[in-house]
Design a protein around this ligand. Sequence first.
Ligand SMILES: [Zn+2]
Length: 343
Amino acid sequence: MQPIPLRTTVIGSYPFPGWLELAATQLDRLGVDDLAELQRDAVISAVHDQCAAGLDVITDGEQTRLDFNLSFYGYLDGIELESASPRKWGPPAHDQRGRHQITAPLQASGGLGAVEEFNRLKEVAPEGPTLKASVPGPYTLSGRLEPSEIYRDRFEVAEALVPIVQAELTRLVDAGCVELTVDEPSMSCYAHKLDPDQLVDLFNRTVAPVVGRCRLSTHLCFGNYKGRAVGPRQYAPMFPAFQQMQVDELHLEMASREFSELELISEIGKSKDVAIGVVDVKSYFIEPPELIAERIRQCLKYIAPERLALAPDCGLSQTARWAARQKLENMVVGTQKVREELS
Ligand SMILES: [Zn+2]
């Protein structure tokens, strides 16, 4: 069970400051030390905003995953930089991202970079909040890798990534990480047309080496690329299979779905903590604290406060920073109201 009732937390990502986005277009003009300073300053900004809001759990905001070379794919051996995206214009969608070709068996001799991210976060974060690291799971990571004669389909690519992700999770725990999210948004987006038991089996084998060694969570997401969903926004196709995921906490997107299927949490809460999205990262309506408190009271009809955590619906990377900041602040104030009522 979580360390405190009604814990406030986040899903990994946070918006890049404008200056960071600008700098990311000119990374080739920076020396190694300039880049290290840039990355550290960016994490300081994200940590500052989360701490100012008063969150119980914070992340590095994924501020250093700036481009191909600094993202997980840049750490993989055996792939070639993405092919040109098939569609360049028009409203944003996934088909505007290219896919990477697999040219040799997949390896990551230097790890996936998440340990370096976690160590940087440890250096800049103040005492107090719990530090959370997040790593995408193998099924999600396989989504932008093109199957070939080496791995014939997406599941074979994902299987090849299992030991790579396992090694990264183990290194994170060895580095002192006590709170770890393994993100598999692709699993929740495509569970409706795949075998959910097969997905859960893949997930559980991936996290097996660290089960019991840290607090594990996952975020069941319907997609947020450029603020758009890609999956049918229903949890029904995932359950009861996803109940078997080997995690301490399951995070559900609720605010953008008007709390549909909320009753599910009473069943999930029998064996896990549940983090509920109480602010909508896709809307610029800033939920006032009283509305957030009301949403929490709604959740408490189905689950005990010891089992309930509060979060935004998804990572905040696609939400303007001014709005992200206000939403987090209000979330903490709204949670505090309910804590006072309960005490
Ligand atoms: Zn998400």
